[in-house]
Structures are given as structure tokens and as C-alpha cells.
Design a protein around this ligand. Structure first.
Ligand SMILES: *Cc1c(COP(=O)(O)O)cnc(C)c1O
Length: 220
């Protein structure tokens, strides 16, 4: 089923949209099936789980961290993480920068925005992001590259509501690009859309979707 699900979803995605296969809680065997089907980007939301899986699987895999990252755990991811989706403070950015430097790398990150109206979700407001990007602290960070924005819509059956939240994130991306990254091609990622809402997200400008249960089946 995993191989079939993956192929079907791949077939539905426009060429410019990157698929992150969200494999959190799923066993190594499931990831191997996805890998053998051609999938190379996997998303995890627990540091320890991502580290253990990365040690057991191909070095070709690009690991995306999509969860809430605690500063004291950045060091475990820094040697190999490919993209950190959920950054929402200058303190976390500084720690990622420090650990990236120790590993002689540049780590790519996305700024996470609060677009839903659910207390369980978190992220920056546009104003907070502007304050970070305009700060001297940020300008000193040589070992990170901010590649774009990430957000999660409200868990709801109200399509218009979800659409408006995705529109808001697209607008945030555009605003920040104009203000801080104009002429820089690296600020190009809009990570939005999950199993239940990725088609809507793509219609609203997403170019990176994070899909778990539709590929691997529901989680416990
Ligand atoms: C779990 C998770 C997903 C995938 O969710 P599905 O509904 O299973 O596709 C996407 N993004 C984040 C941040 C997640 O935590």
C-alpha cells in the first residue's frame, strides 16, 4: 500500500512541489518501502527518533525536522539535518547557527508562522518575523540559511477558512521576500499542506507539502 499511495500522490503533485514523506511513529520497514519507491525526503518530529532512523537508513535520505525543536537538542540534528521547518525564535536560530558552525555546515531553516486559530499550534506573527530578520543578532548568523516559511492550517472541515489561512502564509512569504530577500533565490520555500489539505495548499501557492497518513496509513 505504501508504494501505491506514494506513487498516486506523486502523480497528483505539480512538478514544482516537493513532497516530504512524514514518517513519524512509523517503523523502519515502512520508510524502506518508501525509499525503494524513490522517495528521498522524510519528515520527523522527534529528535531521537530521527537520529535513530537516520543511522539505520541510506545516507541519500534528506531528513526534514518538522516538530517543535528544543534548543538543547539541536546538537543531535546538526550533523545531518537537511531542513528544519519549525523555527520560531531568534534564540533557536542562534543555537542552530552555533551547532552548524561546529559541524562546518550551513543549515537551512524555515520560519514557522501562526496562521491557524488553535491554541495547540504555534509560530511567529509577521511582525515578530520582521523583528528577527531586521535584528543585528540575525545578521551575525553566518551558518544558517532561511529558505522560506512554514505553517499549519486549522484542523477543520471549513475549506474557506483553511484556504484563507494558506493565503495568509503566502502573503507573509511575499512580504518577507520583498523586504529582506529580494533578488535572493534562496528564500523560495512555502511549506504548507498535509494529508487533509495539501490540494488546497497547492492551489494557494505551496511548493512543499508534508504528507504522512495518506502515505503510511493512520498513526496510533
Ligand atoms: C504529522 C505532521 C504532518 C503530516 O500529517 P498527516 O496529516 O499525517 O499528513 C505534517 N506536518 C507536521 C508539522 C506534522 O507534525
Amino acid at each position: 500500500m505504501i508504494a501505491e499511495n506514494l506513487k498516486r500522490i506523486k502523480g497528483e503533485l505539480p512538478e514544482n512541489v516537493v513532497l516530504v514523506a512524514v514518517s513519524k511513529t512509523k517503523p523502519i520497514e515502512d520508510l524502506k518501502i518508501a525509499f525503494d519507491t524513490g522517495q528521498r525526503i522524510f519528515g520527523e518530529n522527534k529528535v531521537q527518533e530521527m537520529v535513530s532512523k537516520s543511522e539505520l537508513l541510506s545516507k541519500e535520505i534528506q531528513w526534514h525536522f518538522i516538530g517543535h525543536l528544543q534548543r538543547n537538542k539541536v546538537k543531535f540534528l546538526a550533523p545531518f539535518v537537511s531542513l528544519i521547518h519549525g523555527v520560531e525564535s531568534i534564540r533557536l536560530l542562534k543555537e542552530i547557527n552555533k551547532q552548524a558552525a561546529k559541524n562546518k555546515r550551513i543549515i537551512e531553516v524555515l520560519l514557522q508562522f501562526y496562521i491557524a486559530d488553535e491554541e495547540s499550534k504555534f509560530g511567529l506573527t509577521l511582525e515578530e518575523a520582521i523583528a528577527i530578520l531586521a535584528s543585528d543578532d540575525y545578521k551575525d548568523l553566518q551558518n544558517i540559511c532561511v529558505r522560506g516559511v512554514m505553517g499549519m492550517a486549522t484542523y477543520s472541515s471549513d475549506q474557506e477558512k483553511i484556504r484563507n489561512e494558506f493565503k495568509a502564509l503566502h502573503h507573509i512569504h511575499k512580504t518577507l521576500k520583498n523586504q529582506f530577500f529580494s533578488g535572493e533565490e534562496t528564500f523560495d520555500v512555502i511549506s504548507m499542506g498535509m494529508s487533509g489539505d495539501f490540494q488546497l495548499a497547492i492551489e494557494e501557492g505551496s511548493n512543499m507539502v508534508r504528507i504522512g497518513s495518506t502515505i503510511f496509513g493512520s498513526r496510533n
